[in-house]
Design a protein around this ligand. Sequence first.
Ligand code: MN
Length: 202
Amino acid sequence: MYKQIELTYGYDALEPYIDALTVETHHGKHHAAYTAQLNKLAEEAGVQDKSIEELLASLDEVKDEAKRTAIRNNGGGFYNHNLYFEEITPGGAKEPTGKLKAAIDEAFGSFEEMKKQLTNLALTQFGSGWAWLSKDKNGKLYASKSLNQDNPISLGTGQTPIFTIDVWEHAYYLGYKNLRASYVENFWNLVNWDVVASKYDQ
Ligand code: MN
């Protein structure tokens, strides 16, 4: 059973950066629907005992093409949003420290440069998708973007996501309308870098 992350904060806790109705709809409707669909599909395909990471890394083993596509989309939707809603807990560290900071400096030169690159990826993702900060097995960091509910695991990059920005319109449209750039700029205010650091350290 794949379990949707429970919010540790109220729907209005991310205001003024993300409005309460967006959080309620995003978590309570969109993310809940991906989770319910994933559980149904995984059961039907007999892959429900795999961890979500294992499942997304072994989609080829689902032989039925329509089912494989549906598991890729709903499994990605489940996984991606669990990371998203966990990393934006209000409060917490406002910038990276320790090993994560060192890895960011190594890969990007500075925290500001990493934010700039991720912001650019988020803004240039045409249509629905995500921007990613991921690590490989040696702890090296990478910035990337993906379409729909794909992620660095389902794309077979060998990287593990530690931070993401959701740029589907459902993530911002009620509050920002077409202004994705304002949403992304404000999004940085919500990131709890302690959570990202713990993902990096795992
Ligand atoms: Mn979303």
